[in-house]
Write a protein that binds this ligand. Structure first.
Ligand code: ASP
Ligand code: MG
Length: 418
């Protein structure tokens, strides 16, 4: 079995879906994991935001727009008007959710998951139907039933052990050799829908590869492979041919948009190679990620955006260290705040964290238990691996730098957004 993952950009229009069909070619024993089409997840987040405001009219208008853009893709794929009943049924359900007025703030995450999951449900339904129509017999797998996650919404982790019999059972029951499943979504023990964090489809695909003992996994992307930097930010970016699992985790954690940070572990556990390949040209080799690789010879620059800097100090001037650390981190974990860099002095603890929903509440809670907490918004985290004096000069010495942490090979910089 091979696992192919197609991201939203790859299937953003009818041409993309046709290209997906070409990439599959006559491959048998294939599990295809697909994200929501184009920017659908962002649009669904707007539906959720409207529901949150109790603005049913705006929520339903967003749903109508999403429905229309998908209908246009379907029409182009079949080269004429075409109604897919299962797609219509999904949009009816979603519209029903948008119209409800029993949203409760205490259940924000669960509502988010319920709504946002439709992007993948719809995309896989369209793609599965299209593949059948285009000669690739396949079975649609409902990942809400095949992947069991922890009982946590919006950023759930998959329970591999509990999922293995479910996914294997679903594949066996569906029969055939080609399967289409949703990235990004799963089901909690209580039966509700969960999502795995933005960009989580890579992680879904890796879990599938692990459970089905795949020989390889490929992520088809709109880039030639893994680059040493984001070319939009650093124009001199070059491609890296090979990476090992460990470096890849480091890069993903630092914010490289290669792959979701949780993707590597399920692959590493079964030693499954991961290919990052260009969607636009199947002949190009892309990048391979596996246990062992050649040394990376170029510096790697990664910019993680949407960061905030929290500076925490104990009000009685006692050391922030030791047992206070445990308190602070337990509190951050409670509010699901991801810490990307830690910097401490005798009385200060500075944390660079992802900008998320609950930072304000966490800061209030810290203040309540005796800390002064300051919050600097609009930050970004730049990581340079294998820096040179020139790169140091250029990036580490600017006035905007709040924190600079260096080892022999790597420097990490927290700075005001550029
Ligand atoms: N559709 C989801 C997102 O946009 C998951 C993914 O693309 O991997 O975040
Ligand atoms: Mg996406």
């Amino acid at each position: 079995m091979k696992v192919y993952k197609f991201g939203g950009a790859s299937v953003r229009n009818a041409d993309g879906v046709r290209n997906l069909r070409r990439i599959i070619d006559d491959e048998q024993q294939l599990f295809i994991v697909v994200s929501a089409m184009g920017k659908t997840t962002n649009a669904l987040e707007r539906v959720f935001a409207a529901v949150q405001r109790h603005d049913a009219a705006a929520a339903r208008a967003e749903v109508a727009a999403i429905r229309e853009s998908h209908a246009a893709i379907v029409e182009e794929l079949w080269r004429g008007p075409r109604r897919i009943e299962r797609v219509e049924a999904l949009f009816d359900e979603l519209d029903g959710l948008a119209a409800r007025d029993d949203y409760r703030a205490e259940e924000a995450e669960a509502w988010y998951d319920r709504i946002v999951a439709y992007g993948e449900l719809v995309s896989t339904t369209i793609i599965s139907e299209y593949l059948n129509y285009a000669g690739v017999r396949n079975a649609w797998i409902d990942m809400r039933r095949a992947l069991r996650t922890e009982q946590r919404h919006k950023d759930a982790e998959v329970d591999l052990e509990a999922s293995a019999p479910l996914l294997r059972g679903a594949v066996a029951a569906a029969g055939g050799t080609v399967f289409v499943g949703q990235g990004f979504i799963g089901g909690a023990p209580d039966g509700t829908t969960t999502t795995l964090g933005r960009e989580g489809s890579d992680y879904s695909a890796a879990v599938v590869a692990n459970i089905l003992d795949a020989e390889s996994m490929a992520v088809w992307k709109d880039v030639d492979g893994v680059l040493n930097a984001d070319p939009k930010i650093f124009p001199d970016a070059v491609q890296i041919a090979e990476l090992n699992y460990l470096d890849t985790i480091e890069l993903a954690y630092s914010g490289a948009q290669i792959i979701h940070p949780r993707t590597i572990k399920p692959l590493q556990n079964k030693n499954i190679p991961l290919y990052v390949r260009p969607f636009g040209d199947k002949r190009k080799p892309g990048t391979v990620i596996r246990g062992m690789s050649a040394k990376v010879e170029v510096p790697i620059l990664i910019l993680k955006k949407e960061q905030e800097l929290l500076t925490i100090r104990s009000r009685d001037f006692s050391f922030v260290l030791e047992e206070k650390f445990a308190k602070i981190f337990a509190l951050l974990e409670h509010y699901r705040i991801k810490v990307n860099l830690i910097h401490n002095s005798a009385v200060n603890l500075s944390l660079c964290v992802d900008r998320t929903w609950h930072i304000g509440e966490a800061v209030d809670a810290l203040r309540k238990i005796g800390f002064d907490a300051m919050r600097a918004e609009d930050m970004e985290l730049l990581t340079i691996r294998g820096y040179t004096p020139e790169l140091w000069e250029r990036y580490a010495c600017s006035q905007q730098v709040f924190i600079r942490q260096a080892t022999q090979s790597t420097v990490r910089i927290v700075r005001k957004r550029g």
